[in-house]
Design a protein around this ligand. Sequence first.
Ligand code: SF4
Length: 462
Amino acid sequence: MRIVLADVRGGEGFVSKDTVAGGFGSRLRPFSKVTGVVAALKRRFHDLPSVHLAYAAALARRAGHTVVGSRGEVVDADVALVLSSIVDHRRETEWARAMRARGARVGFLGLAAQTLPHLFEADADFIIAGEPESAVMRIVAGDVPSGRTASPEIADLDALPFPWWDPLVPPRRRVRVPFAGRPVGGALPVLASRSCPEFCTYCPHRIQSTYRSRSVANILDELSALQDVRGPLHIVFRDPLFSQDRERVLALCDGLRSRSLTHTFECETRLDRLDPALLTTMHAAGLRAMSFGVEAAAATTLKKVGRRPIPETQQREVLRHCRRLGIVTAAFYVLGFGEDTWDSILATVEYAIDLGSTVAQFKILTPYPGTPLFKRMQSTITETDWERFDGFTPTFTHPSLTHDELTFLLGSAYTQFYMRPSFLANYLRIGRSFGGLVGSLDASVKRRYARHAALARRPRPC
Ligand code: SF4
């Protein structure tokens, strides 16, 4: 069979799919100068290929089929598998229609098609529900399904072949950019574990499967194979909680060194799953960037959505140590939780600045279908276009903030975080040398934003 694997290039704004928002994907449509720059930089540094399609490619190759990748080009195929997303489903189904018109049998995989099959099924021969590998194994064995087909998770992740990238990503040289954690080109995602053992009610990462991890030896074998074929790369561990098991991470770092693997890497994790000694070991093994959720400054807000708050002292200690080592840090924040008010959001942004991560990502709370939060908020959801569940668009009636206010606060968060002298000083790692000057410049910028925010604030009845 000739099998086409499609990760259809996103439309307007910066679209990222695959493992982002658990597989729903996100889309940043610039709505200010600062978000325009953020979207442009993300396009350059953060456009990662799909690891799920690379697993499908490996399974198809193992079964002896011809495998072709597509970013939206319509090509001849017997079977096409399309990576689904919530944020760009119209372009994906349009591509599927064109492929079916050429005679291919088309199926969708991913969390979006599993959770919202009605968006896809008119243009699909089949929809895979669950992690795709067990269904893909049946397909490559000649059993191409019709309609919705269940794909139970594979318990032993070591049993899977390593992702095969050749049909999806031509080898690219990695070009290091000073002060950036991720190079241009030469970055590939790796899944050392899947799902997450935590219970945050807004999180889509836990919908599709249970938490499982691969053995350290199996991960190292994959990294060795990548270095043999493509040379040293920048590895992006796409696990939602990479350092859940401290001993496992230490063993992985040990293996990277003993096997002379010179990849650099980054990961996403929780700050309470890190400590200075672990970070030092990870940095020596190649850790160059790290992302983590802070979400909101108020612990009470986090507890309401099932997220275990992390003590501020722990957060600051980890960030301080990352700065010392030169690890680029990206903190995630969510604006618009039920308990949020105008002032609490400003406090979260202030906390983000004070915490001092290298970069920060702010999003608006999005009740993703399939999450416990979605069930709880269903009656408040006003948005009917699923593509606008993109992480940056208000989709529900907030108890105390209008959609315009949420959007204003989101834009203001980006402006406040990035348009201040200390951001540049931290980024260039000169903050300590010019601390006094930078601090007073920051204070004057902050006064200006405070005046701007006060003008934008809706007058409230006494
Ligand atoms: S820690 Fe919470 S938000 Fe992060 S991946 Fe796990 S469940 Fe999701």
